[in-house]
Design a protein around this ligand. Sequence first.
Ligand code: GDG
Length: 480
Amino acid sequence: MNDENRHMLVVSNRLPAAVDQDSDGNWKVFPSSGGLVTAMAPVMRRNGGTWIGWPGCPKDAPAEELLREHSEQERFTLKPVPVSEDEVAKYYRGFSNQTIWPLFHDLLGYCEFDADQWETYCEVNRRFAEVTAEAIQGSSPVWVHDYQLLLVGRYLRELGVQNDIDFFLHIPFPSSDLIRRLPWRREIMYALMDYDHIGFQTRHDYRNFMQSVRMFVEDTRVHSKRNHSFVLHNERTIELGIYPISIDFKEFDSGARSQEVADSAWYFRENLRSDKLVLGLDRLDYTKGIPERFLAFERALEKYPELRGHLALIQVVVPSRVTVPQYQGLKEQLDQLAGRINGRFSTDRWIPIHYMFRHLNRNQLLGYYKASEIALITPLRDGMNLVAKEYCAASIENNGVLILSEFAGAADQLAQGALMVNPYDLERAADAIFAAYIMDDEEKTRRMKALRSEVRRNDVHKWLRQFMEKETRRHRPSQT
Ligand code: GDG
């Protein structure tokens, strides 16, 4: 990476820290979690730069000042974009999370199409572009992230920004047949043509995108070379690439070796009183397939009675988007399902599902990974799923078993070592749980070694390098 690229300008909906009030009503900065933060924070700490995003607080909170102080402790600068409560309701909870999110995860039934929310989405994207344009230094590239900010590139161009603008989509890109349903499909597809470089998690997403370009954008030509594709449109060239995101393997591996994590793993095992544990860990989200997972576990207990009393499911659900009605409904559904299944199978000594709705600190997270013989990661659709990769990185004794949905982006890299399932197929998912339970040590080790080696070789730093190499290549004079 050259010097210029070291000052990266990252733009994402949320900053990696939130400004909120503590129990005494004082405004403070709290670190936030999530897939994007897990991937980008180590990269920013290493390379420096500026991160632009919404700090999660009302417009009148002292975000600017607190984040300036916080930036001094981090190795990069955090710059807030102010967003009002009404705008959050429309652009974030509304258009981003009730239109784009379900549509891009193939869940059309959850979608709302509301013109007012779309207008606000455009306005807030424009504001993100304004704050970004002010923060640009020289010719450093701008890297916009994810589905809440699809239009930022377009507005930056309108503001006269000529710098390279990259975009990475963390979630899936759906088939053109789904994009067709979107009333603003042309606006979005044309706005994406203002980026210089667009990255996707999987080949499937990339192919879907190309299909939509052909269907909705006029006057395009496509050039595909061995590992790159270029869309030529309006005398501009947009480079497309596939970059499966990953984790900082070393950080998870060494964290899992610490005494604190060993203590927390021991504590969980002591308290859960089950011979073996199977773990689910997700943000509260209907895309993560948690009700289906509970039902698959119930089916496993029905079909394989030898599991009863010996295998317990720990499901940690991390609060997320709780003000969106569909997420509240999901929470109620989970409460009921866990209650029903526990009522049906619990004994004096054993509870089948330990269901927690809470945040975990880092040692607890690693402690759960380490304490669990099996991870059951069964999203209905997922851009990547970093939890799957983290579980492997934390399985330092090579003895964990990963059960993974074929609809997670991570399946492209982890299918060889994981037991793959279709999360809608409860019967086979139940069989996979049993197969993981009885798997012999030799097979466990063989599979987990392959998984760990894959995640180690393709970590988040390699993801960044590959994404940024495209960037630098464009500036290199032709070698011919
Ligand atoms: C999006 C895409 C894509 C979760 N709870 C806690 C916690 N986490 C961390 C996990 C993991 C991350 O959050 C979740 O990442 P995922 O990839 O599983 O899912 P999304 O949040 O939906 O992320 C996804 C990702 O972006 C990256 O591109 O993989 O497909 O949907 O790192 O460890 N961390 C801590 N406490 C928690 O309670 N400390």
